[in-house]
Ligand binder design. Structure first.
Ligand code: NAD
Length: 305
């Protein structure tokens, strides 16, 4: 039976460390770090994510600032709003919650954020620093995953790592971070041929594709460390019956509630073959928010405030 990598417990530890650092700053007469969250419109899922981020700020003593422009805001108006936050010396981190309404250019908005306040780590300058192996603000999900793997003593040097997914938010930065730790890294994606055999080579398998239960237990190398980044909402019973064969409680929940959350990996099957695996929910999800708070603290300290 695989070890369960409890992301929630590790995220709690990261948040406690941020809280202690904020308290230590206060003891020296320094202000709390401040995170500005920009939520355009009223997308229900985005509202839930933003609520979680604001709650994590409250828990750690980080000041949160909310900007909630209406969904018909123009690109110019959004740019001005970001400029105002860029210029505000009391704001350390700026996060524009994605997705944005279709008429807005998300990349332009993300690139508008000053690199020193780019706590999501999506600005090309910070991506370039990661590419060069230099310190900087790094994307929250992969950087928090790496912290947790290191804390659990997962050996990466010389290991075969396979990252499923090549997004700029998770897949690509995760691959670079594994490379930095001297793993031999393969990035697989929607055009990769024979995914099961590519996965079968992985000592460390990271799934970040957004396809419920795509990765079967039989694809996993015995003893591998499996990090499941995917968050999927399954509502279809036929799909649930296929992917939850080894998780009867999840199937029962799906039948009872009509929807259930799961990762990209068939967790019940992975538990039987992997050496360690992150659950969904309670794995990578909480780590992402903890990574954001850590980045906000780091941004504040690096700006010398
Ligand atoms: P994305 O849609 O930007 O990228 C998905 C990637 O998966 C693409 O590179 C694509 O090539 C690849 N892919 C799609 N279908 C595939 C297939 N059948 N086989 C192999 N590769 C395939 O997604 P993203 O933003 O990187 O997010 C991926 C998943 O991670 C989503 O479920 C998302 O909700 C989740 N996510 C979770 C967190 C968290 O906090 N846990 C954070 C970010 C993203």
């Amino acid at each position: 039976m695989a070890q369960i990598l409890d992301g929630k417990a590790y995220a709690d530890k990261m948040l406690d460390e941020v809280k202690a650092a904020v308290e230590a700053r206060a003891a020296q007469g320094l202000r709390a770090p401040a995170l500005a969250v920009v939520l355009v419109g009223a997308d229900p899922a985005s509202q839930v994510y933003v609520k979680g981020k604001i709650a994590a700020c409250a828990r750690t003593g980080v000041t949160s600032i909310e900007r909630r422009p209406a969904s018909d805001i123009t690109q110019d108006e959004l740019n001005w709003l970001i400029d105002e936050l860029n210029e505000n010396p009391f704001v350390d981190g700026i996060l524009v919650q994605l997705p944005l309404p279709k008429h807005l250019d998300a990349k332009a908005a993300l690139h508008r954020i000053h690199p020193t306040k780019d706590v999501d780590g999506f600005h090309p300058l910070n991506q370039g620093r990661l590419f060069e192996g230099l310190p900087g603000l790094r994307p929250c999900t992969p950087s928090a995953c790496m912290r947790m793997l290191k804390a659990h003593g997962v050996e990466m040097k010389g290991k075969r790592a396979v990252v499923l997914g090549r997004s700029e938010i998770v897949g690509k930065p995760m691959a670079l971070m594994l490379l930095e730790e001297h793993a031999t890294v393969t990035i697989a994606h929607s055009r990769t041929l024979d995914l099961p055999s590519v996965c079968g080579e992985a000592d460390i398998l990271v799934a970040a594709i957004g396809k419920p239960g795509l990765v079967e237990g039989s694809w996993i190398k015995p003893g591998a460390v499996v990090v499941d980044v995917g968050i999927n909402r399954v509502t279809e019973l036929a799909l649930g019956e296929r992917i939850f064969a080894a998780e009867p409680e999840k199937l029962a929940k799906l039948k009872e509630k009509g929807a259930v959350l799961c990762g990209d990996v068939r967790y019940g099957e992975a538990l039987q073959v992997a050496g360690a695996v992150t659950p969904v929910p309670g794995g990578v999800g909480p780590l992402t928010i903890a990574g954001l708070l850590r980045n906000t603290l780091d941004a504040c300290e690096q700006r010398g405030n």
